[in-house]
Design a protein around this ligand. Structure first.
Ligand SMILES: [Zn+2]
Length: 212
């Protein structure tokens, strides 16, 4: 967490070299592939500003697995601009919870870091919609069928939340098939009369044409 808290705010958090006051320099911005795309999941619209090219792939890897939590600030800057540009309206912000032991081992939940900073920027309440009650394998190592069974019984929706007629923005770093968003979305929609919008920083898919 030290890097997250104390990394100099005057430098680009992606290359750590160029000076900038927005956490991302123009050189790094040019290496991102902005697609500003969306696709329909059954439980709500899923939006993402970036295509998952090698540049962002490397940064997300550092963010998730190498404790480079300072990258949250750059990612949130990108998400913030995207939310404004797309005029996304919402009441609460949420995230994908982690299995307790996994979160303990990593030291943080990357999805929650993003949601937390976005909630601050938009002055919205952060809510946890569902707890992860089972450890699962990495979704990206599994095929489509395995992804579904892998997530079965993995989450438990939180009861007694005041979500009636609210719109909740659920934030994560990466979306591939959308099965994680969907499995949480399904549980939440069964329990509550609310709308969900899924927001990921990047997607490995460009559009509908390469859906499975
Ligand atoms: Zn840079």
């Amino acid at each position: 967490m030290l890097k997250y808290l104390f990394y100099s705010k005057d430098y680009c958090h992606m290359c750590l070299e160029n000076k900038t006051d927005t956490f991302i320099c123009n050189d790094c911005k040019e290496r991102l592939k902005f697609v500003s795309a969306s696709r329909d999941l059954k439980e709500g619209l899923c939006l993402y500003p970036l295509f998952y090219n090698n540049f962002i792939k490397d940064k997300i890897k550092k963010f998730k697995y190498e404790s480079s939590t300072y990258l949250a600030k750059t990612f949130v800057e990108i998400l913030y601009e995207f939310i404004l540009a797309e005029d996304i309206d919402f009441d609460y912000i949420s995230y994908i919870s982690m299995y307790k032991k996994d979160e303990y081992d990593r030291g943080y939940n990357q999805s929650k870091l993003l949601a937390d900073l976005l909630a601050l920027k938009f002055d919205k309440k952060l809510v946890n919609l569902a707890d992860k009650i089972k450890s699962t394998k990495h979704q990206n190592k599994l095929d489509k069928e395995e992804r579904k069974t892998n997530l079965q019984g993995a989450y438990r929706v939180r009861l007694g939340l005041d979500l009636e007629n609210k719109t909740i923005l659920i934030v994560d770093d990466l979306v591939t098939t959308g099965s994680t968003f969907s499995s949480i979305g399904k549980l939440v929609k069964e329990e509550y009369n609310c709308d969900l919008i899924f927001l990921a920083l990047a997607s490995s898919r460009l559009g509908e044409e390469d859906e499975e």
